[in-house]
Design a protein around this ligand. Sequence first.
Ligand code: MIC
Ligand code: SF4
Length: 640
Amino acid sequence: MGFNLTQKIIENHLLEGDMVAGQEIGIRIDQTLTQDSTGTMAYLQLEAMEVDRVKTKRSVAYIDHNMLQQGFENADDHKYIQTVTHKHGVYFSRPGNGICHQVHLERFGVPGETLLGSDSHTPTGGGIGMLAIGAGGLDVAVAMGGGTYYITMPKVVNVQLHGRLKPFVTAKDVILEVLRRMSVKGGVGKVIEYTGEGVESLTVPERATITNMGAELGATTSIFPSDEVTLDFLKAQKREDVWLELKPDSDAQYDEVLDINLEELEPLVAKPHSPDNVEKVSNIKNLKVDQVCIGSCTNSSYMDMMKVAKILKGNTVHEDVSLVISPGSKQVLNMIAENGALADMISAGARIIEAGCGPCIGMGQAPASGAVSLRSFNRNFKGRCGTITAGVYLVSPETAAISAIEGVLTDPRQCTMDMCIDMPKIFKIQDNMIVPPAKDGSVVEVVKGPNIKPFPINIPLPDKIEGKALIKVKDNITTDHIMPSNAKLLPYRSNIPYLANYCLTPCDKDFPEKAKNNNGGMVIGGENYGQGSSREHAALAPLHLGIKAVLTKSFARIHKANLINSGILPLTFTDHKDYDDVATNDYLIIEAADEQIKTGQVTVTNITQNKHYQMAIDVSDKELAILLAGGKINYMKQAN
Ligand code: MIC
Ligand code: SF4
């Protein structure tokens, strides 16, 4: 029996375990990436592990999220990351050089290699055939130190693409269609592998749009083959030497198959407040738009920007719309500046912001109260844009651009222009914003500003765990709920005590206070708890507040790993009626927790209601040991 692409790459990197779906495997990581809002924590952890020099083939630190510098905090974090990476052997992509995923694809990605990134959209690298996975900062720090990365061997879903996209139907519509069919939790425990003759018609940036937003499925990652199209892209980046052909064996087996006929797709939109709330654009009439944002790691490539410029050229942005454009990288910005496309955008009235995440993570450009914001981004969780009452709709750059002119959500197929834009034969290559690491790290002084505080470390798991159910939340709670991020909070990513004051406040503004007054407690969640970002702050802030266990119907992959790394028990209800039953403020006790978790079953006693709940704890032996030790840092100390 032949291998699929995912199995081929995993087999090449397998250090521990067997490639049996559902079992834990350990793989070697070739490359890592970090960005600034998760990076400070990752490098503090790297320092705590006393790793002199990273042991990966390539590690890169990007500054792209925390770009507004209203105070000293973000600039201090940038300085810390620049100096600590210089010392420890990591390449540093300076602020202004672009969004980590876009730049990594352009300048560093290698087909067939593994990439671990402290950002959930790391799977963008799947667009050139990397096995690229998002993880918490601590796991990335361990990989930088040469440690094995452990995951559950995923199932592999084969999405077969047939035919070609019609004009004004885009790669964004492909991934929105996959989201419509699979939902935001449909990809948990799975890799999405794209094959079929339709693949050939998609450029690397288009493939990267699809793998990028595969994160919204909850998938471990998404991947495309590495073929002639990949070679052309790498040639145009003057990196053809890293190319190799990669495709599944002809008799490869898959766990599931999904067929998509590209010819039949239409422009789609994800309505508030979930990326899987998908509808045809043509079905939505007269939706007045207040803001349009084009960019983000999903749709900010040169090709995306050129198409947007073409639509905008000679037009004026509707008087009731604020159009914001953030190109994905300095390479993209430079090229559209040189060829005049940027001038077309500016002439039309677009507000151009620097190459970075910007409005996607609420770093400025929060829309007005109750506004409709149309975005070419990947997430539309409530409040993420910075305005709790706004509704964010996710669309392709083409739909966004035409709607910005019309002032209402508009089907781009009404445009008559020819949208054929050729992939450049050669991109503008200028790596002058990437600082290579110091040859001799010992002479580099690491600079830490006053906002950088030590991260919390748990204690070994006590035999008895008890506390109030401090909060009970519904399905699909995101890490943006658990640890909100916006221009005001992002500067505190290296200051957990401060950040903890905002933990879960979108669900209950008094949660931090309650946790403090009750000496911590437990959290009750529904399905897919912790979807979205890889931020380990969504585990570290609860840890700081004394949260000992999170009881849910199911967890999102990265968040569950982050809870385990922090020594917080991730428990799931075996009978969902118990979820309905438990109430906020009930007092819960887990007797002999350290013994119980070894059996995979945990009885939680609800003292208030005099009931018992049977919970499952689905962890590997290694994760069990980490939980018993009180988190990964303690576990590693024990092991040394
Ligand atoms: C996101 O898109 O949610 C982020 C901000 O990039 C996060 C990382 C973070 O929270 O810093 C992610 O995707 O992992
Ligand atoms: Fe940045 Fe948005 Fe991409 Fe996250 S999803 S990396 S915030 S552009």
